[in-house]
Design a protein around this ligand. Structure first.
Ligand code: ZN
Length: 499
């Protein structure tokens, strides 16, 4: 049986359970209670503090058949279908991977039709700042005259990237970083329910490492409790041991390998750290801090400074990208290789003017000259290409499951893969536990990641099997992302200290 991640298990199910956002929750609760809620909301604030969870609570609250004081009951048909993510009228869009005009046009089409089962059709657009300008314009038109039955909830970590015209159409909520006291309270609560014994000192270490993000805090607790196994009693030493895997000495070792351009050693050491259970986010953060320090030491050396700035840019981009990557380890590996290429001076000119598309092309040429076992980057990093491999893997196990899955469109949503099927019949076949297991195992085997499979019926827009040149497409996408790097992002990471 697969174990449910703790942060998913303890995702808040009503406004009262949301940690550290009391006043905003009260306002939303009252708005639902008095049926005076707005038709468009925008939730902003750092990652991992509950924006998407609140969007889902809101979707339930407005659709619940037996709401209690503005809160969803979590028991009626509507609540259940939303919790199980089977409600057709709740449309979640991850703008990070669907950022174009087509997706928003599709949304505008969908908005017109009345909800099929629920009272309100709810559109949850996560990471909305990733939308293109054209997509925002199209979205704006919908927000100007939303139909009565529609509710839009947008979430973003970067409100400054959202056009003012869009913000002005929405009711805005700024989610706060969760205080240490609240985090400790929340963690202690979960530990108690899970019968994990953890002392106060250990809890404080987790809280410090998670910097105000509840999701991160729970994930660390999860990791540590898995790590300590049946012992279930966690002390400061356990955590120090686990976080020690990305402790400063290890980061320094990796940093030095990168600086001296020991490509193979660096990649091997990186794999070793990850195999030992190091968290990619923590590793990236560690490297970022190292480069920040180096940068401050070289403020007068223009050449070195631009190298370090480029390294910081690459790492901050990777830090954002790995969250959506099918194979997160690759994001970091590619980032590390890119940095080494800059340090080699190969693409220094490019680095000076920001890492542009030429840079990534040269890097991919470099990669193709590398030893074979490290070569599969473009292929593996490309979900479409992988999907083809996944289908082949399924086919080798069961022909008819393959025939059904082939008809679907896979959409990656965090740790889940949503399979959109054109027909209910297809969906139900794959939802059957035995068949689903075949699909899950194939995905796990090819991608190395345990995704949860969610089957849905919907309009299949883009069946990856029909694409001819996935590798090229991915490359275009990569270029587009590269252009997104700007000094603001770097300064965000550095806390604006460079200026
Ligand atoms: Zn309900």
């Amino acid at each position: 049986m697969t174990r449910v991640a703790l942060y998913r298990k303890y995702r808040p199910q009503n406004f009262n359970e949301v940690l550290g956002q009391a006043s905003a929750m009260k306002i939303l609760e009252n708005a639902v209670k008095s049926s005076s809620f707005s038709h468009a909301y925008i939730f902003c604030g750092p990652r991992g503090i509950g924006k998407t969870s609140v969007a889902r609570i809101m979707a339930k609250a407005v659709n619940c058949k037996n709401p209690k004081d503005g809160n969803p009951c979590n028991r009626c048909e509507a609540c259940k279908s939303i919790n199980e993510q089977t409600a057709l009228d709740i449309i979640e869009i991850d703008a990070a991977s669907n950022r174009g005009i087509d997706e928003i046009r599709d949304l505008r089409e969908k908005v017109k039709f009345s909800p099929s089962e629920l009272k309100y059709k709810v559109f949850i657009i996560d990471e909305v700042h990733m939308l293109t300008k054209e997509a925002f314009n199209a979205l704006l038109k919908t927000l100007e005259e939303p139909p009565e039955h529609a509710l839009f909830i947008m979430a973003t970590t970067e409100i400054h990237k959202i056009p003012a015209t869009v913000i002005s159409r929405c009711q805005r909520f700024d989610f706060q970083r969760i205080s240490d006291t609240e985090l400790i309270k929340g963690l202690t609560n979960i530990a108690k329910k899970e019968e994990i014994e953890i002392d106060d000192e250990a809890t404080s270490v987790i809280v410090r490492a998670s910097e105000g993000g509840f999701r991160d805090a729970i994930s660390i607790l999860d990791q540590i409790s898995t790590h300590t196994g049946s012992k279930k009693k966690i002390g400061k030493d356990d955590i120090a041991g686990l976080l020690g895997l990305v402790g400063s000495d290890k980061i320094e070792k990796l940093f030095n390998m990168i600086e001296t351009s020991e490509k193979k050693n660096a990649l091997d050491f990186l794999s070793e750290l990850l195999e030992q259970g190091a968290d990619i986010g923590q590793l990236t953060k560690g490297l970022l801090v190292s480069y920040q320090k180096s940068m401050k030491k070289e403020l007068d050396d223009k050449e070195k400074l631009s190298k370090y700035i480029a390294a910081v840019e690459i790492l901050s981009k990777s830090n954002i990208a790995f969250k959506y990557a099918l194979y997160p380890q690759l994001s970091l590996e590619v980032a590390v290789l890119k940095i080494m290429n800059i340090l080699d001076g190969d693409i220094l000119e490019a680095a000076k003017e920001n890492i542009n598309s030429n840079g990534s092309q040269q890097i991919s040429e470099k990669i193709s000259n590398m030893p074979k076992d490290k070569r599969s980057f473009e292929k593996k990093d490309n979900p479409e290409f992988q999907w083809h491999e996944i289908l082949l893997e399924i086919k080798s196990k069961n022909n008819s499951i393959h025939a059904f899955v082939k008809e679907s469109e896979p959409v990656i949503v965090g740790e889940e893969i949503h399979l959109i099927f054109p027909y209910k019949f297809h969906k139900e076949r794959i939802e059957d536990r035995k068949n689903k297991k075949v699909v899950e195992e194939a995905i796990n085997k090819v991608s190395g990641i345990k995704y949860k499979i969610i089957c849905k019926v919907g309009e299949v827009k883009n069946r990856p099997e029909s694409k001819k040149e996935p590798v090229k497409e991915n490359f275009e996408l990569d270029k587009e992302k590269n252009n997104d790097i700007n000094l603001n992002e770097v300064l965000d990471v550095l806390g604006g200290e460079l200026v």
